[in-house]
Design a protein around this ligand. Sequence first.
Ligand code: UDX
Length: 458
Amino acid sequence: MEQQQRKGLRLVLFPLPFQGHINPLLELATILHSKGFSITLIHINFNSPNPSNHPHFTFHSISHGLSETEATTSDAISLITLLNIKCVEPFRECLASLISNALDEPIACLISDAMFHFSRAVAENFKLPRLVIRTTSATSFGVFPAFPLLLEKGYLPIQDSRLEELVVEFPPLKVKDLPVIKMRDQEKFYELISRVVSETKASSGLIWNTFEELEQPALDSLTKKLSIPMFPIGPFHKYNLAYSSSSLLAEDQSSISWLNTQPPVSVIYVSFGSLAVLSEAEFLEIAWGLANSEQPFLWVVRPGLVHGSEWLEPLPNGFIENLGGRGHIVKWAPQQQVLAHLAVGAFWTHSGWNSTMECICEGVPMICRPSFIDQKVNAKFVSHVWNVGVQLEDEILERGEIERMITKLMKEKEGEEIRCRVSKLKDMALSCLKQGGSSYKYLDSLVNHIQSLGHSNL
Ligand code: UDX
């Protein structure tokens, strides 16, 4: 009955066009659809999701307006900055047409990726309430509002001489763990973050793919700083719903058939997400570290992962054959299924937030090697606060150290203790979704919040 009352309210969702943002947004769409809302997605014609995988949703594609050079840059920050300028008009036009055609089914609100800060002004123009979704951890986002202070105190921009210094405002983060990215024009990054923070503060609420028990201090502090309602309703992918894949690359199912041939809790699953890039030297150290560890491994080598290479060319001749079936390399894996497989004993990850949540939910220990921004904070919290993984901290990747970390996690007492802790965290994550659990309650309050926004908007 509750669901029927909600029929007639539509939500418009607006994802940032990157894999790590599309996945949680489509999972959120599935959750809200299960609560009786109709779903429309406005997406940019760049890394577009496949509408035929999501027949219950309506999709509208808008032009990104980028030149070919702009669209093929590997500099994600410049790309996001440009999209926030070039998408304003196409987004405004699309929203105007949706609003004018939505007579039978009013639009309750817009749910925008927080990185699309321009959507605040557009939505406000139409007097449309706007919620945002932030796809990272609350803990890493919690550092962003303090950037002016961190700049004033000289922690930022990061100087090599201060890398090991504790940031007293954010223990246990050291200067090297701060959520920044190396780029030529650092000002551009600070400017983007400052806009994202101020336009998030101006939203009607913030949705998180996390659970309160994991990130309570960061959530409390953000509630105070931003003065908006927070809805930590994660882990998104563990609601008992029929999710469809939103992978932009084809998922190689041989990952699962290969895992089926491996002993329980033996395989190191290795993946660095959708954006990270490795140098050829790093790639080779990883390959030899994995080979020398003598543990079986499943390794996702995304085309383009290795700077200057198409795929596996840097590997020495005969590398794979000499493993005797102990290693399996794919371009993209069905990651959630992989992590849930009994054969997987550890995940070597770049500490992207989706990967971290997916891993916690399967009770798998992590080896963390973050690349940039939020990943650095996630890795520190995984290894030093939640204690469910270890971090490869040295700037230079070295095969001997990789082998030592794998042995520590797979064969030593410390690894056993970590496995025990992550298994408890998994139980905690899953119980949040049950009736009376924190995420269950926050989802109820999110639904009520959206309804009240929708009605005040009629
Ligand atoms: C980056 C950030 O680091 C992340 O924290 C932020 O929230 C989004 O942008 P990304 O590099 O894509 O994300 O990593 P991650 O957040 O871990 O997301 C990757 C997604 O791709 C996960 O949902 C994972 O399951 C999926 N994936 C990855 C696959 O399905 N197959 C693979 O082979 C690898």
